[in-house]
Design a binder for this molecule. Structure first.
Ligand code: LMR
Length: 339
């Protein structure tokens, strides 16, 4: 249930609690005649992640390009809204922009986005970019307008790996495990195909659920695994790189239409630069998290052989048989683009 629509005070309290810089002092004189604008943005990850860093760069870009007239206020790490209420907050106008995982768009009514969850569909970041930066990706974003959402662009995180308190190197290792997943039918099917039981939980609840034994394991890129301190509750991280995690930045149509045309251009430009930058640092952030995890000695990391990855790929193939129609149709377009 959405918390009561937030007041400005709650945004400021949240920012202070998140150690975020107080809102920059508004310029003594805003640009002549131009109205001051505040853009409220919420997300669910830690700041030292591809998404956290990119959205802070977006904020700086907007601040600089507008001379401080437009201010982006960020509530990070599920401090204000999390998986269960951020979309409702956007629709109610309690927040202006979000950057949800592509896996979460199915639950919003856009099952076609779950194609990004398909196991072993993408083998490289470049293949993902041929979709997200090309005609298929732009067409997917355009479809968000059916629910008054404005799709503003894509951001990388990276390939997901599997964690539990056992090595997950072969399908039989997953038997009976309760695995936390995002709200995606494709990911749920993936876990069932492995003999595990998918449990949908909010990202912000995942570490606690692992620590309490509510779930046995999960999947995520290392940057999320490390920054959410999942290594304190998981003994084994198996580097399966079995599927992709990325994001789409969205605004509500009502908020977007309310912006002056020049401000929409300024926001698009600021975001475009930040996303391009974010896509160049995402791999570095994941590599850094893996190095820090290994140095901590807290969790064993397991590199899989190609033969082991192939066995997982084969075990997950049934996911492709049961796709929702929209996902299947878009998958054909993705496959013809990838060649
Ligand atoms: C998850 O819920 O596992 C991810 O979507 C979190 C994120 O946004 O990276």
């Amino acid at each position: 249930m959405l918390r009561a629509p937030t007041t400005r005070r709650r945004w400021f309290r949240t920012l202070a609690a998140a150690g975020m810089p107080a809102l920059p002092a508004a310029p003594a004189v805003a640009q002549a005649g131009a109205a001051r604008v505040r853009i409220r943005l919420s997300h669910v990850v830690a700041r030292q992640t591809p998404k956290g860093l990119t959205l802070e760069r977006f904020r700086e870009n907007v601040q600089q390009a507008s001379g401080g007239r437009i201010q982006v206020v960020i509530a990070p790490d599920s401090r204000l809204y999390g998986d269960t209420d951020e979309v409702q907050a956007l629709r109610l106008g309690a927040v202006d922009m979000l950057a949800p995982s592509l896996s979460k768009f199915g639950a919003m009514g856009f099952p076609e986005f779950e194609l990004f969850d398909l196991p072993f569909l993408f083998e490289t970041r470049e293949q993902v970019h041929r979709i997200t930066q090309g005609e298929v990706g732009q067409a997917l974003l355009a479809g968000l307008s059916h629910q008054e959402l404005v799709g503003l662009g894509y951001l990388d995180n990276g390939f997901k790996h599997m964690s539990a308190n056992r090595a997950l190197l072969a399908p039989e290792n997953f038997a009976g495990l309760r695995m936390r997943v995002q709200s995606s039918r494709v990911i749920a099917q993936q876990m069932r195909a492995l003999g595990a039981r998918p449990v949908v939980l909010a990202f912000g609840e995942t570490r606690r659920a692992l620590a309490l034994g509510v779930v046995d394991g999960t999947e995520n890129p290392v940057s999320n695994f490390w920054t959410q301190r999942m290594h304190e509750a998981q003994i084994d991280l198996s580097l399966t790189a079995h599927a992709w995690l990325g994001y789409a930045v969205v605004a509500h149509q009502r908020f977007w239409d309310h912006l002056a045309a020049d401000d929409r251009r300024l926001v698009r430009q600021a975001l475009g630069e930040a996303l391009a930058w974010g896509n160049t640092i995402a791999q570095r952030e994941n590599d850094g998290a893996l190095a820090a995890l290994r140095a901590s000695g807290a969790t064993r990391t397991h590199v899989l052989s190609e033969a082991q990855r192939q066995r997982l790929r084969e075990a997950m193939q049934p996911v492709y048989a049961g796709l929702a129609q929209p996902t299947a149709r878009w998958l054909d377009r993705v496959r013809s683009t990838l060649g």
